[in-house]
Design a protein around this ligand. Structure first.
Ligand code: CAA
Length: 294
């Protein structure tokens, strides 16, 4: 089985940027696409800054950093992102039509041997594969935020995903230093389904005035040894991302996933968490400050 040498990452948001950092550091030529002018360049600048920090901490040599930087190319059209790639990783917002459209363009531009991966957190890989008419090559490659740090790669097998595709996805996980799990295609997979329940319940507790945001988080950090409380984690992931997952799971799985009204209101107000500077906390220079009184 040949190694993945060239990757097209479609979407330069929080996750796309982190995924591109992972693949470039692992030695893959990485094209990072965003349709918004300047966004892919900005994300490559962000990766450069992260790599510099790692060099400063002695976690990466200057040579490894330079190699990773040289492997990164920001692009603005799908055909440049996907020409000659071995793997496409779609990392667009959590919307089936958008993902199907983007991967459809990738399918037309990429070689017939390329794997078509999606970083979806909850949507059906089976539906995506069927809509593309290339179900055997479509696979979920679900990364976790921050991708350079989190060890897991959740590989999701749609009904039509071929055994060869799953094997290649497993080999890719090993190549980029992640630990994979293989999960059957079901809304929310093995991770998001559990993760959003905790986050949504914490928001309902905040709505009910059970405790402050800081104390709800502290409860899980100190009482359950979670590295980060559920509200801070919702800020890190993005309130819009969590809301999209909840709405999908509510429709597909059941009532337990109904989104808390406070979450929907905050998304409407543009308070999306770390990426907009405010969610349940105020964020300055990437660090959560005391939350606004609520
Ligand atoms: N890129 C690269 N490295 C990063 C980073 C980033 N964005 N953010 C943090 N790090 C590194 C730091 O440099 C630091 O490295 P060293 O130990 O080598 O110094 C290390 O991670 C720890 O960071 P900090 O000391 O700043 O802070 P911390 O100890 O509190 O760890 C954390 C930060 C890794 C984010 C930790 O709090 C954590 O694991 N939180 C939970 C994250 C989580 O659950 N993610 C999954 C979310 S769900 C998801 O993503 C899926 C989805 O579909 C929505």
């Amino acid at each position: 089985m040949s190694a993945i040498r060239t990757v097209g990452v479609l979407g330069a948001g929080t996750m796309g940027q982190g995924i591109a950092q992972v693949t470039a550091t692992a030695g893959c030529a990485t094209r990072l696409l965003d349709a918004a002018p300047g966004k892919a360049e900005q994300a490559v600048g962000g990766i450069r800054a992260q790599l510099d920090k790692l060099v400063g901490k002695g976690k990466l040599t200057q040579e490894q950093r330079d190699r990773a930087v040289a492997a990164l190319t920001p692009v603005t059209d799908v055909s440049s992102a996907c020409r000659d790639v071995d793997l496409v990783i779609e990392s667009a917002p959590e919307n089936m039509d958008l993902k199907a459209k983007l991967l459809g363009e990738a399918l037309a531009a990429a070689p017939p041997s390329a794997l078509l991966g999606s970083n979806t957190s909850s949507l059906s890989l089976t539906e995506l594969g069927t809509r593309l008419g290339a179900a055997d090559r479509v696979v979920g490659l679900h990364f976790f935020n921050p991708p350079p740090v989190m060890e897991l790669l959740e590989i999701v097998r749609g009904i039509g995903t071929s055994e060869d595709t799953v094997e290649r996805a497993l080999a890719f996980a090993a190549q980029i230093g992640k630990t994979p799990i293989v999960v059957r295609d079901f809304p929310g997979f093995a991770t998001s389904r559990l993760g959003v329940v905790l986050g949504a319940e914490a928001i309902r507790m905040l709505e009910a005035g059970v405790a402050s945001a800081v104390d709800i988080d502290r409860a899980m950090e100190l009482g359950y040894r979670h590295p980060m409380g559920p509200l801070k984690l919702t800020d890190l992931v993005g309130l819009d991302v969590r809301l999209a997952i909840l709405d999908h799971l509510h429709k597909e799985v059941g009532e337990q996933f109904r989104a808390p009204p406070l979450l929907r209101q905050m998304v409407r107000a543009g308070k999306l968490g770390k990426k907009t500077g405010e969610g349940f906390y105020v964020w300055k220079d990437g660090v959560a400050q005391a939350p606004k009184a609520r």
